[in-house]
Ligand binder design. Structure first.
Ligand code: NDP
Length: 332
């Protein structure tokens, strides 16, 4: 059945850098897809930590913009020569997703198979694709490796743990509360240490558990945990710094890497999974792992597409009180 597309739609926009209160709900024109783009009727979208970086001006963004990264929805129109058909359910990381409709290039969408829940498909956007590329490319894990996952009970964290376990890796997580530790263990972490424990004790324990330091650290926390990473990584290990939840990592001299001959990488989803081929490879691999590995997607809470709810959700994720995904319901 064909979806009747209205002229205007509800969308959450930001006009200027600021706190969560700068999110506004607007009625704006439904976007018109270009030649290689699809029009998507959004069903669910979700909050990512990066929404805060854009809103605060830490990452470059032109104002005004429509908020949001990933979404699950139904294709309304597709380019005539594409393999996609109207009516198909897709997941995407194309952005501008806090809206009733979005446009996406065909190179940034993937079919969401019928056996996968729409809400799970939102977590499969930014957060699961990130977890997957971190483990496949930023440091490619091998069976039996030891890794450290920071913010292990977060959106990316809980997925990273599960994919790492699926790949045969030993996982140590770090979290800030006992409840989060329990959750990270439920999702498969072999060991979890609390960031409230003195750093020297955690470093000693991690070095002991891993037999002399972890092969890789996956760190989305940034500033607060940067120095500690150098004490719990093993010789020739890789520090993957992929986020700034506590603030950006300070500059450092390459000589800092020489005592253990370390590698440091600072990847971003958009530059790692960039071409149509990469997008197809990663989304296909992800669907396979989600099915074979029975990956579970934790949901912290469901919010509505209102300025109040979106502001609250962004406050919640920044306040360290959330675990898993913060979903935003857009349409049935
Ligand atoms: P999370 O659900 O993981 O939320 C952030 C978590 O960071 C918090 O729950 C908290 O866990 C931890 N944290 C530690 N210190 C602070 C602090 N001072 N303030 C706030 N939080 C803190 O968010 P996401 O899953 O959306 O993202 C995780 C990280 O990954 C973010 O930094 C994000 O930007 C990054 N990211 C990077 C991508 C990339 O390609 N480079 C793509 C996707 C995400 P705890 O309380 O347990 O410490």
């Amino acid at each position: 059945s064909q979806i009747q597309v209205p002229k205007t739609m509800k969308a959450i926009q930001v006009d200027k850098p600021g706190g969560p209160e700068v999110n506004v709900l607007r009625e704006i024109p439904v976007p018109t897809p270009k030649e290689d783009e699809v029009l998507v009727k959004v069903q669910w979208t979700g909050v990512n930590y990066i929404d805060n970086y854009f809103r605060q001006g830490l990452y470059p963004k032109e104002f005004p913009y429509t908020v949001g990264g990933d979404a699950v929805g139904t294709l309304v129109s597709t380019p005539s020569n594409s393999k996609y058909k109207a009516g198909q359910r897709i997941f995407t990381t194309a952005g501008s997703s806090f809206a009733e409709y979005l446009v996406a290039p065909t190179s940034r969408i993937a079919v969401l198979p019928d056996d996968i829940d729409a809400r799970d498909g939102v977590s499969m956007g930014t957060q699961a694709l990130t977890a997957l590329y971190l483990l496949k490319e930023s440091y490619e894990v091998k069976k039996g490796d030891w890794i450290l996952v920071r913010a292990a009970a977060g959106g990316v964290g809980l997925i990273l743990i599960q994919i790492a376990k699926y790949l045969g890796v030993n996982v140590i997580g770090t979290v800030s509360t006992p409840d989060k530790a329990e959750l990270a263990k439920q999702y498969g972490a072999d060991h979890v240490v609390l960031t409230t424990t003195p750093s020297a004790d955690n470093v000693a324990e991690i070095n002991k558990l891993s037999g002399g330091g972890v092969h890789a650290v996956y760190d989305g926390v940034g500033k607060d945990t940067w120095e500690e990473n150098f004490e719990l990584i093993r010789r020739k290990g890789t520090i993957v710094t992929y986020g700034n939840a506590s603030g950006p990592v300070p500059s450092f001299a390459p000589l800092k890497l020489s005592p253990k001959s370390l590698k440091v990488t600072r990847p971003s989803l958009f530059s790692v999974i960039s071409t149509a081929e990469e997008y197809e490879w990663y989304t296909t691999e992800l669907v396979k792992i989600v099915r074979d590995g029975k990956i579970k997607f934790a949901v912290h809470k469901e919010y509505e597409l209102t300025a109040e709810d979106v502001a609250q959700a962004q406050k919640d994720i920044a306040s360290r009180g959330t675990t898993g995904k913060l979903l935003v319901h857009v349409s049935d």
